[in-house]
Design a protein around this ligand. Structure first.
Ligand code: TRP
Length: 448
């Protein structure tokens, strides 16, 4: 039985799916606190440069490689570079996606739990100390985070199981506009707060003296994570693009919406942070401890907290779907296993790894590797090493090993803009992107 391979039905569907992958906890949970810790506007300025010079070309490259073969990540490298070891890059993506999916689902599970707390009105009138205590006892209960993580993975699995058009494309087309709408309402509400001026200045008035090596480094890491670069998510979605889709335009929308959502998340969060006198650089707790505090004091806080956690859960869901799809597409296509069986196996494995992550976050936890919490270990290992190494290998392959003509023809389909400025693109992926990634990598491992 030969079955037609899935593909996106429309360019809007493709953009919604890829933007859905990019826009996630990375934009709404991670971006605000990383920007907060790295000086706000100055960080955002560097982030912007990185998106245009490195992020966008990499998104285009992943799309082009995937579409040129219409295969999963492993199959893509096997087809383009037969009898070589390039397929190992595909493996990094498959293993990396599975690991990211597992720990990402733990945080996504928290968002479901916080949605439930919001609906039960458990923040209003509660003292800040108590909110922090409640968060800790939730994490330390062990079983609760595991249940919410599993629930989240089952929802993800259901969408992936339905396939490319009926699952991924259809749900992204519904969920992404909802997400935008909620975020816009939350941002508009920020303008009614007394901290609006301080919040906007923090986001948009750069103090360039704050830029140093570590700011650039953190901006690059954040850009890769946020744009879903390096793990083959975009390559897999690229393989579902139609021949007539304009890659530059599709990638451009993805990059632009990813940036816009991150900035909107900043506008939704920082004015409130300043209104209630909270430290903007308060780290990963910003969304789970700081914001509930703000909701507790704010007029309409009940509704806003529900909207906010729906937003986070939706954003996380459309990203986890893309991570699961990388692994599922590989197993289904290379081993000819049925989609539903593959999805079940992948979900069970992710629940297993996620459970270890959740257990290792408990204060009383005995589960650690070399004294380190497994969650932090996997998070660091994937975002610091796997993303950068794999992103580097992808541009290296496309820029230096893939036939120039092949790349050129794939990238310029239906885009007169790229046909005209192709050399700029080539220069970015041959020199700027790989050199920047190497510098960042070397400084991360402490060589420079
Ligand atoms: N980009 C998503 C976010 O911002 C997370 C994500 C999905 C991701 N796929 C990825 C991160 C691949 C790195 C690599 O939340």
């Amino acid at each position: 039985m030969s079955k037609k391979r899935g593909s996106f039905n429309s360019n809007f569907g493709a953009i919604a799916a890829a933007a859905g992958s990019a826009i996630g906890l990375g934009n709404i949970w991670r971006f605000p606190y990383v920007a907060g810790e790295n000086g706000g506007a100055a960080f955002i300025f560097i982030y912007l440069l990185i998106i245009v010079l490195i992020g966008l070309p990499l998104v285009m490259t992943e799309f082009a490689l995937g579409r040129s073969t219409h295969k999963n990540v492993f199959g893509t490298f096997r087809t383009l570079a037969p009898k070589t070891k390039w397929y190992l890059v595909g493996f990094i993506g498959i293993i990396g996606s599975l690991i990211i999916l597992s720990f990402y689902s733990v945080i996504a599970g928290w968002t479901l739990a916080f949605l439930e707390f919001s609906i039960a009105d458990s923040f209003s009138g509660v003292a800040p100390q108590q909110i922090a205590e409640n968060f800790k006892s939730f994490i330390n209960s062990g079983i609760e985070p595991i249940l919410y993580m599993s629930l989240f993975l089952v929802v993800t699995a259901t969408i992936v199981c339905l396939g490319v058009e009926k699952g991924i494309e259809r749900y992204n087309k519904i969920l992404m506009p909802i997400l935008c709408l909620i975020l816009i309402i939350l941002s508009i509400n920020s303008f009614t707060l007394s901290g609006i001026q301080d919040g906007m200045a923090f986001l948009f008035k750069p103090d360039f003296s704050k830029i140093d090596g570590s700011v650039v480094l953190n901006a690059l890491g954040q850009a890769f994570f946020s744009m879903s670069i390096g793990m083959g998510c975009l390559m897999t979605y690229g393989s579902y693009l139609r021949r007539e889709d304009n890659i530059f335009r599709t990638a451009g929308y993805v990059a632009l919406s990813d940036l816009a959502i991150a900035i909107l998340a900043g506008i939704a969060i920082f004015p409130a942070v300043f209104t209630y006198g909270i430290e903007p650089g308060s780290g990963p707790d910003l969304v789970f401890i700081t914001l509930p505090n703000i909701f507790a004091q704010m007029t309409g806080g009940y509704i806003f907290s529900i909207m906010f956690f729906v937003l986070l859960a939706v954003a996380a869901l459309t990203s986890s779907v893309s991570l699961m799809e990388v692994v599922v597409a590989y197993i289904c296509e290379e081993f000819k296993v049925k989609r539903i069986i593959t999805v079940t196996i992948v979900t069970l494995v992710a629940i297993g790894i996620g459970t270890l992550c959740a257990l290792s976050q408990m204060e009383s936890s005995q589960i650690s590797i070399g004294g380190k919490n497994i969650f932090d270990l996997l998070d660091n290992f994937t975002s610091s090493y796997m993303l950068t190494i794999s992103g580097f290998l992808i541009v290296l392959y496309a820029g230096w090993f893939l036939s120039k003509e092949k790349l050129r023809s794939e990238i310029s389909i239906n885009s007169s803009f790229i046909s005209k400025y192709y050399n700029i693109f080539l220069f970015l992926i041959r020199y700027i992107a790989p050199i920047a990634i190497i510098l960042v990598f070397l400084s991360k491992i402490g060589v420079i």
